[in-house]
Design a protein around this ligand. Sequence first.
Ligand SMILES: *Cc1c(COP(=O)(O)O)cnc(C)c1O
Length: 379
Amino acid sequence: MKRYLLAPGPTQVSPEVLLAMAQPILHHRAPEFVTLLDRVKKDLQWIYQTQNDVLILVSSGTGGMEGSVSNFFSPGDKVLTVNGGKFGERWTKLCTAYGVNAEEIKVEWGHAVNPSQIQAALEKDPTIKGVFTTASETSTGVAHPIREIGEIVKGYPNCLMIVDAVSALGVFDIRTDEWGIDIMVTGSQKALALPPGLAFVSVSNKAWGQADKAKNAKFYFNFKKERDALSKNQTAFTSAVSLVVGLDQSLKMMKEEGLQNVFARCGKLALATREAMKGLGLNLFPKNCPSDSVTAIEAPEGYDGQQIYKDLRVKYGITAAGGQDQLKGKVFRIANMGYIDTFDVIIAVSAIEMVLKGMGHPLKLGTGVGIAQEILLKK
Ligand SMILES: *Cc1c(COP(=O)(O)O)cnc(C)c1O
């Protein structure tokens, strides 16, 4: 059976990147690798839209998130976490693990946070040292208003704005410097279209200032040590050299396409997916602010979302995603990020139609595909 990977991470990897990574191993202290890192670190600044350092860590995205807590905060520090899904919740858990006192702004799943709640919390307690957010909450398919939150946090010189952009950076516009984002994390296996294994973290000068005072223990994810190594185009420990070679190729391809064109492509694919689902009479899970990274779709009344996701895989070879926690059985999810194009959407939409029809759900085959095609035809 032919396989199609349409999950919200890991995502598909292009043949160009796969071939680049198949080259003989470079030594991580070899001059070739130093030259490569010099290029890659600048390209990362390009995609992050920043002049800040962008650290390259060997871990999945969560390692970058963990370091973003341990390097900048001390036990007892008070922070805000925005929790509207699995990944927002992860910030709370990480802070708790490091003794950081996280006050949660609970957001109903499927909704974006209202920035005025953050404003109110910061006004009430000016000792808050950080606001932890998620740009695209992969578990619910919602995009939170990062720009607006950034504008608020900018007004607090002792408070850092931290963004989990693991499923957002390289999908839609996030302007690190302009929007005042102090720390932003992403990972290799989402929009950057690489295998899992690398995490990236941008760090502002404001955040480095706070790092000097942070008392939490750290060793492998020591960001100041990584910053010093990066200034010499090195990493502190052995780099995942093949992944960095792949990253160089992936960023090169994105630069050739152009950042705005990447955003426009993902935006159009996501729009086509959403409209096709609505045309089939299905509900999108997000109640406002759907993310272009991932489309979360409610299973029709009386049908099991896990079964839809399983049928996609077992009958048609398509790996999508089901729902997590409280959404298990209620939703299924399709990615619109990374190495993805027009016919990935057509495959997804037509397979969803076939799976639902096969389960006995009444629909006219081709309805969603036709709607998607109309949108994808437009320039
Ligand atoms: C995938 C993802 C992560 C990181 O998960 P890892 O499994 O550690 O790579 C973090 N946040 C969001 C929003 C994600 O989608």
